[in-house]
Ligand binder design. Sequence first.
Ligand code: CO
Length: 429
Amino acid sequence: MKEKQYISSQLNYLKASPTPFHAVAAALRLLEDSGFIRLFEKTPWSSLAKGKYFVTRNDSSLIAFTWDETCTGKLHIAGAHLDSPGLKIKPRPVREKHHCLQLGVEVYGGALLAPWFDRDLSIAGRVCCHQDNDTLHTPLIDFKRAIGIIPSLAIHFDREANKGRKINNQTDLVPVIGLTDNFTRGFYALLKDQLLKEHPEYANAEILDFDLFLYDVTPPLLTGLHEELLTGSRLDNLLSCHACLQGIISTGQQANSLIILNDHEEVGSLSTTGAQGSFLEDILSRLYKNPIERQQVLRKSLFISADNAHAVHPNFDDKHDPQHLPVLNGGPVIKYNANQRYATNARTAAQFRMFCHLAEVPVQEFVMRSDMACGSTIGPMTSAALGIDTVDVGIPTLAMHSIRETAAKSDCWFLFRALQKFFSAEKNT
Ligand code: CO
C-alpha cells in the first residue's frame, strides 16, 4: 500500500465512523473485504482452521486475529480505543423553550467543550427495536445532514466571555434542533423515519431505545499549504484504530497477530467492551485453551497500545517538558510515565524503536512535565490484566479532545508502517 492510498483510506474510515458503532461497522467491512471471517461469542468455536477471523462485542468493540493453531510462539497484539469524548443524547431528550426545539445531552468523557458551540451537528448511533417476534435488532442510523446547533451566548450579554467563560454542562450545552411549531410527532417518530430511510426492512419495527451521539458534519480533510495536515473529529483515536486494522490486514500470515479495538476508554474502560472488561481475556482463553500455554505465549509477546499523543503546540510550548517536545511529522511517539500511567519500559520501548527502525520511520518520546498530572490509556490495564509486556505509543496530535483535532498526514502513515513491521516480525519461535 502506498501513502496516498493509505491516507485516502484513513479519511474514508473517519467519515464512516461518527460513533463507535459506526467505527466497528466500517472496520468489519474492511476486514470482510480482506477475507477475514466473522465469529460470534454466542456459539462454540471448535478448533479453528488456519485463517483470519474477527469478533465484535456489543457492536462497539472488535477483536481481529490471524490464526494458525500450530504456532505456539509469540502473539503480536496491538490495541486502540474507538470512542471519543462527545455529547450523548439523554433517554427523554426533547424539550421546548421559546419556540426552540431542543435535545438534552450528557457529556461523554473529558470533552473540550468550547469548540462544540456554533457547529453544525448531526445525530448518529444505534436504535434497538423489535419486529414481528421477540428478537431485538440494533440497526445503526446516521442522519448525515446538519440538524442541530449549540448557539453561543452573544458577547453583548457577557462582555467577559473572551477572558474565560465557564460552561455548565446541564444548562449551556443544549442543542437546538429546530422550531417547536414544526414538531408534532415526537422523537421516536423522527428516529423511525430515519430508520426506514436507511433500513426499509424495518417497516414493522417498534423502536424501544437508542444509543445516539451528536457529531460535527464537517468532514475530515487535508489542509496546510501542501496538504500536510489532517483535521477532523475523533482523530483520537480512530487514527490508531485504522493503523491497527490496515496493519493486520496487510500482514502475511507467518505468525499469529491480534488487534483489539475497545470502547469506553474515555470514561475509564470499565465495561463489557472496555479494556478493564473481559473481552480480550475471553477470546484468548478460547484460542489458547490451556491456561499455562496461554501464559507462556503472553510472556513471549508484546502489546503495542496505540493512542494519540500530545504534539507540542507552537502557541503553548511551555506546557511540555523542554527536553521532550513531540513534533508533527516527527513520527510515532513513545509515551513514558514513571508512575505507570503508561505501561512503557526500557525493554518494550526498545522493541518499538526497532520496528520503527526496520520500517524506516522516525520515532520520538513524550513524558509529561513533572509538575503536571499525566493522562492514561488502555496500555496499563491490558498489561496488568494479562501479564503482557506493553509499550504505549501514539500519533502526535494538537487539540486533543476538541471536536476538531489536528495531526500530520505523514505520522498516520509512519504508525501504520511501524505496526506493519511488528505484525510481520520474526516467525513464531
Ligand atoms: Co485517546
